[in-house]
Design a protein around this ligand. Structure first.
Ligand code: TGC
Ligand code: FAD
Length: 391
């Protein structure tokens, strides 16, 4: 079925956007409708990522939108970055994931903490999608608590020897490079750029996912991998380095989740006006109107506070806790709307003719990765009380 999506802007938020921001967003929307919507269900069912769209995503500024142009990025502001993530996730969370990882978890740490040589070597190719990356933080026994990681490296002349493993890594199976977080001999965390082809480095696929199927997820296995010291990111060490990258990715997810919610609402609204029962459109029944009215109310609230978060990001004033609140709220809002949308579609809602079930399943990953729903609540709790309740 052709992608009939129409954007919804109940509080006229577009009036806050510049012509350039709208142009960039609308151009990506048109590209995705033409090139991605027609194939996404098929890739989702086959549990595969459509690699042929990588260069198109690069051309539309989806890789490193806010990285300066001198390093190949698009040099855009944080609200435009958010708008791009919203369009991508409107189509599929897995497509947004690929762009999030590339931008915020691979390009950002190299840009922020890399040497000038590292920036010049990797960033321009990552921006076009000619080179793809992944981000290895989570380990089999350390998910919410990454500070306990076991991956480690030891000095060996001009190199270090890396051992350990990472799990649940988006883009792992096809990435050319991995930004990997591991401890040195003193137990201090550093980021290392590990390149595909380095001996002892493997990236097996993780299969059997019922969620985020149009995204490639894998492990990263390191057995005595010899990594040149010049591949260590020199700019920052400690857990704060990977966590600061998560701020940027979580902010993108806050916008992205609104995209998934908009798609579910749009499909439900159209279906409610087309489908008749008891001789009238189901959208004429109060119970269905309640669902639709509550959906657009929640979407509008999220649009408003996420836009404000974007302004704070542009000014360099957004805090980790503010970002956590938006990620947590918006993903929960989107997953609730996906479930309501599926109900409005009746039995058709469980099929691949409508996007709601796919979004619903995808959002089960989104509510878990980049910090679980509960961890984000604890981040807010710590911020308002001053007492960390993690341990
Ligand atoms: P804690 O003691 O609180 O902090 C350790 C050090 O880090 C600093 N810090 C930050 N720095 C910059 N930005 C942030 N957001 C920061 N948060 C904390 C902190 O100041 C401290 O610095 P220092 O100098 O004092 O050492 O750490 P903790 O071990 O108690 O943990 C806190 C907690 C639970 C909030 C944190 O570990 C956490 O966020 N856990 C969730 C893990 C997570 O989100 N993993 C995501 C993996 S990547 C992923 O999921 C990609 S999905 C792919 C896709 O998007 O498609
Ligand atoms: P756990 O940490 O074991 O948590 C299990 C449950 O316990 C959760 O409900 C959690 O909220 C709760 N819990 C944990 N600690 C506490 C506490 N202190 N207080 C209260 N409750 C608590 N990681 C990467 O590094 N790179 C990637 O690219 C990446 N991509 C991913 C892609 C997908 C599809 C998925 C599903 C995950 C991905 N992840 C990635 C991993 C993701 O970040 C972790 O799954 C997430 O951080 C949670 O870790 P965990 O699954 O080990 O759950």
């Amino acid at each position: 079925m052709a992608d009939q999506y129409k954007a919804h802007d109940y509080y006229l938020m577009d009036e806050f956007l510049s012509d350039e921001q709208k142009l960039i967003r609308d151009s990506l929307r048109a590209y995705l409708k033409k090139e991605v919507s027609p194939i996404i269900e098929d890739y989702y069912e086959r549990a595969d990522f459509p690699n042929q769209i990588l260069s198109g995503l690069g051309e539309h500024g989806c890789f490193g939108p806010y990285i300066p142009e001198e390093y190949g990025g698009a040099g855009l502001d944080q609200i435009t970055y958010g708008l791009l993530m919203q369009e991508l996730e409107r189509v599929d969370s897995g497509v947004r994931s690929t762009a999030s990882v590339q931008s915020s978890l691979v390009m950002y740490p190299i840009f922020k903490y890399g040497s000038e040589e590292q920036k010049k070597k990797y960033l321009p190719k990552l921006a076009t999608g000619e080179m793809m990356g992944c981000f290895g933080l989570t380990e089999p026994d350390y998910g919410s608590n990454p500070g306990g990681m076991l991956s480690n490296f030891k000095e060996d002349g001009d190199h270090v020897i890396l051992n350990g493993s990472k799990m649940w890594i988006s883009n792992a199976t096809f990435a050319d490079i991995a930004v990997v977080w591991a401890k040195n001999e003193e137990g201090r965390i550093y980021g290392l750029v590990v390149e595909r082809g380095m001996e002892g480095f493997e990236t097996p696929e993780m299969k059997g996912k019922h969620s985020l199927r149009a995204s490639a997820t894998g492990e990263l296995l390191f057995t005595d991998v010899k990594v040149p010291k010049t591949n260590i990111l020199p700019g920052k060490s400690g857990l704060g380095a990977p966590l600061s990258c998560l701020d940027s990715a979580r902010y993108g997810i806050a916008w992205g989740a609104i995209g998934a919610a908009l798609d579910c609402y749009d499909s439900a609204l159209r279906y409610s006006l087309e489908r008749t029962q008891f001789d009238q459109p189901i959208g004429g029944f109060q119970l269905q109107q309640k669902k639709l009215a509550e959906m657009i109310t929640e979407i509008t609230k999220a649009q408003l506070f996420t836009y404000r978060l974007g302004q704070l990001r542009n000014e360099g004033r957004a805090t980790t806790a503010q970002i956590s609140m938006a990620k947590r709220n918006n993903v929960k809002m989107a997953i609730d709307i996906a479930r309501e949308s599926r109900q409005i579609h009746g039995a058709m809602g469980i099929t691949n003719e409508y996007p709601c079930m796919r979004h619903m399943a995808n959002l089960e990953s989104v509510i878990t990765y980049e910090g679980t729903h509960d961890i984000h609540l604890l981040i807010t709790g710590m911020d308002i009380t001053g007492i960390p309740a993690f341990k």
